[in-house]
Design a protein around this ligand. Sequence first.
Ligand code: XMP
Length: 510
Amino acid sequence: MPQQILILDFGSQYTQLIARRIRELNVYCEIHPFSSAPDLTEDIRGVVLSGSPCSVRDPEAPHPDLTAYLGRVPVLGVCYGAQLLAHQGGGEVLPATIREYGRARLSRLDEDNPLMRGLISGSQVWMSHGDTIKTLPAGFESIASTPEVDVAAYRIEGQLTYGIQFHPEVTHTTEGKILLRNFVVGICGCDQSWTPEHFVDSMVLALQRTIGEQDQVILGLSGGVDSSVAALLLHRAIGPRLHGIFVNNGLLRQFEYDDVLHSYKDLGLNVRGVDASSEFYAALAGISDPELKRKAIGRTFIEVFDREAQKVDGARWLAQGTIYPDVIESVSVKGPAVTIKSHHNVGGLPDKMNLKVVEPLRALFKDEVREVGEALGLPHPILHRHPFPGPGLGIRILGDITPLKVDLLQRADAIFINGLKEHGLYEKVWQAGVMLLPIQSVGVMGDERTYEQVVALRAVTSVDGMTADWAHLPYEFLAEVSNKIINQVRGINRVVYDISSKPPATIEWE
Ligand code: XMP
């Protein structure tokens, strides 16, 4: 195991951000719920206690015993974490009488303290708490203040334990990164060696150790970043014993099946393409309900994939492109119960196939997957591909699905996506696509009246797809795309642009 920082999560919305900031320093870290804190091992070089929506005075608030860590390894309490240590030490944590939310400036700081080194007086910090530390316990010393908050930061004498009441992980704390580097590098002594190249080398070794020498591994490829990076890692570890299966469900983008299959082959991957379009169309015939369509697509995928996997002799493992946000256990603030998120794309597969699961990306955030992909030489178009739903165009054709409708939508979609690429807009939006609506509208073409279909263009900006805003694409660009679609795609005579944000709308229309 690499040296690492342990982040104990008390339910703050910012916990994942702490992890990302630490990893940006090339230091590995893991998030664990406070209720299942791991034992201290040699790899754990420091502990960060996260914030929480709770108050330490709340009887239901998390009050774990931290003596296993305190004094034995450096500890940094952030917000709730800082208040918890002060409270447990016998200090006074009370509701803040003045507003302690938003921007503040450090008015005093102990520049000689290793946590504060390099920060300047007047530095902006971000506060977000209802409680505040009024009095510190004996043996605690304040090392920074703002005009309103006397104990913006403290240290415990004789230990490498620190508390800060502001959030160093958010960008509004302008020198937050310096503070985090002071902690993880200066105080914890981490050597910043966790780079994408290091990850690749150690993961390849780990995969070689885990997967038996004769074992064959199966991986479903989608053309997306995660499964492609997982494939490259496994290929480097076990070569042709990785058997990639890329299924054409007939609901991919125009030319996607051939293009992606070629890219995989160019990379030297052992991949089998399976064109099962007609099976999927048969399973979908006459179904209009979005959830029933998803179920039919999911069921057919499992059937096709299972059948193809059976053809691989000696298959012992199913590889999956699961990433870290899919596996982080989220803390329930009302008690120690935790829930584990399930990955909606892969549900059911491993159980049915009786294979062991290997997930080489389960420690990585999405942007880290891209960095690893880059280190492995994954081509730019796959590396920077927009997210695309598993059921594909099946949930972008409103109503029932026919091969003709798929063809219509593929052609309109290709005009939009190629247009975004040609105008340098593709990488400025998070996801884009076209929806084929189940309505017809009147138009004129030449002297004739037409009665044809309507499509909606959808392009959004987002960070993780949980919230999204419609992309403010230039009118000239939208006009050009609309003209091209109407002129080139027979059967579509009207194009509209979706200007709804999520929430309350969703990204997909079904
Ligand atoms: P919504 O429409 O919920 O989409 O705002 C959020 C993200 O999830 C994708 N999406 C899906 N992905 N199976 C998938 O694999 C699905 O059934 C599905 N539905 C939505 C959507 O494309 C967006 O990236």
